[in-house]
Ligand binder design. Sequence first.
Ligand code: NAP
Length: 248
Amino acid sequence: MGLLDGKVALVTGGSRGIGRAIALRLGQEGADVAVCARNVEAAGEVASEIEGLGRKCLVRACDVADAEQAGALIAATIEELGQLDILVNNAGVTRDNLLMRMKEEDWDEVLAINLKGAFNCARAAVRPMLKARGGRIVNITSVVGLQGNAGQVNYAASKAGLIGLTKSLARELASRGITANAVAPGLVPETGMTGELAAEVQQQMLSAVPLGRAGTPEDVAHAVAFLASEQAAYITGQVLAVDGGMVM
Ligand code: NAP
């Protein structure tokens, strides 16, 4: 028996990196899983792995920053997989620069995808969850949203905003059995996002991790699977840092 038998999950940005690990983990726990990304070529492999577990997988191209596309994504998930119990807002990007050099479009793009994208998906997902009188929303924020980071004012603002969104949603939806929580990964260098950081910057960040190692996408995925499960029914509005103790 899996933690999520009979459930249907949607993981945005599930084509690679942390989102891919989350989609696989939820599938291993018994959920049917929908994944989206703007470019879904890479998602074919995730779908085969999930289907190899005996679960259904829907792959759909979607830019979560576009409200219409996000609405269509939720509708397609329900149409193809029958319901929507778990929404994982994982899609995210960085456009790093110091404030003085940051272009307005870099601010707008990061906020549009990381924060408005989660709003778009949550708004579309909440109606069917309210009807079902239950659901789980897990937003992937970052330790950067908790403590800030030089060169990432746009990213930090989007991730701090996601924490505010999570806590407000948790309060709005608690009486209907829907929980909303955030997971804040620390340094996860195996993915596209952190892969761009210089080795010495990564080494410097690693030296601030009490557990003495970088995180893996699977470390994050385990936490998401727990928060998405019945076992976490009494947990809402929380930010769970999966960061080796970096922020405490
Ligand atoms: P990644 O490897 O770059 O993957 C990002 C995923 O999001 C891809 O599937 C990407 O696919 C998708 N995506 C990007 N923009 C999208 C959009 N507008 N609409 C739909 N999908 C979109 O990144 P990652 O490192 O796994 O990060 C995943 C999440 O964890 C992000 O929210 C990130 O902020 C957070 N996080 C990561 C780290 C880390 O160290 N890696 C640390 C803390 C938090 P397409 O490009 O094809 O759209």
